[in-house]
Design a protein around this ligand. Structure first.
Ligand SMILES: C[S@@+](CC[C@H](N)C(=O)[O-])C[C@H]1O[C@@H](n2cnc3c(N)ncnc32)[C@H](O)[C@@H]1O
Length: 264
């Protein structure tokens, strides 16, 4: 038979399993947005290696004797390199521990989960990926913004803001077409170049945008405006990470949320 076959009979890693690693998505921040499976792995972990965006309320679900290791990376100075994280996961699994690699959102969306999975597989460590609610869907729901809508957007694209302003190989002319939603992750420092590039390729500067800071958390802010003023909105509101930028007419549907919503 042509092509690769997925072996569905292969045994999978279970919560609390020793000598194995679960790469678990912790969702966008609100602990209630953990999946039941993620919770089961966290509650039975011997060791949790977690990222900066994973809040303490989620770590509180771990057993008291669980070792919590902060692998959070900060811009400009990595707390722990990816190589060191990979080696740590293998070492902990080989010590016979039930290891959870806990990552913000979904491990396979701008989360380097695939790199860790690949490394663990090559080291012969049993590994399982547990999906999480990604920031785009979490922030959209928390702001009342539907990412697709029959009257507004027939498509939604998740884009790394790191790409904007570089020779990234993205089809910017295609991204500039209307009737679609663009969600930029890690977009604060490139908000200006992103907006200018889209407008240069024909996207209407009056296109609604929403910036969602600390989405799903009690500190969430949803800032509304237009593509033409995106860079200004980021600076005028002193938006800080983590924040997402949602571009498209769906952004204008942001409902009046109980949390603070500012339109500058
Ligand atoms: C390295 S990416 C990780 C994304 C993650 N794997 C996911 O699926 O959401 C980090 C970026 O995700 C976005 N992000 C994560 N959590 C967020 C939140 N609670 N509110 C707004 N943006 C968030 C921000 O753009 C942040 O810079």
């Amino acid at each position: 038979m042509d092509g690769m076959q997925f072996d569905a009979t292969r045994r999978t890693v279970t919560p609390g399993e020793r000598g194995a690693v679960a790469i678990v998505g912790a969702g966008p921040g609100d602990p209630e947005l953990l999946t039941l499976r993620a919770l089961a792995f966290v509650q039975r972990a011997d060791v949790i290696v977690y990222d900066r965006l994973v809040g303490s309320a989620i770590l509180d679900f771990a057993p008291d004797n669980c070792r919590r290791i902060d692998a959070g990376k900060r811009k400009g100075g990595a707390v722990m390199t990816q190589t060191a994280i990979n080696a740590l996961l293998v070492r902990q699994a080989r010590l016979g521990r039930a290891v959870v690699r806990l990552k913000g959102g979904d491990p396979f969306i701008f989360g380097r989960g695939s790199e860790e999975l690949d490394y663990l597989k090559r080291a012969g460590i049993a590994t399982r990926v547990v999906p999480g609610i990604t920031a785009a869907t979490g922030c959209a729901a928390a702001s009342g913004i539907p990412l697709t809508h029959r009257d507004h957007a027939a498509a939604v694209t998740f884009i790394s803001g790191h790409a904007a302003g570089t020779n990234d190989g993205l089809d910017w002319a295609g991204l500039a077409h209307g009737d679609q939603t663009l969600v930029f992750y890690m977009a604060l420092s490139t908000a200006g170049p992103t907006a200018r590039r889209l407008i240069a390729k024909g996207r209407d500067p009056a296109t609604p945008v929403a910036i969602v800071e600390n989405g799903t958390l009690p500190t969430q802010r949803t800032i509304l405006g237009t593509l033409g003023e995106l860079e200004y909105l980021v600076h005028a509101n002193a938006v800080s990470a983590p924040a997402l930028v949602i571009i498209g007419t769906v952004a204008a549907l942001a409902s009046a949320m109980p949390r603070e919503a500012i339109a500058v």
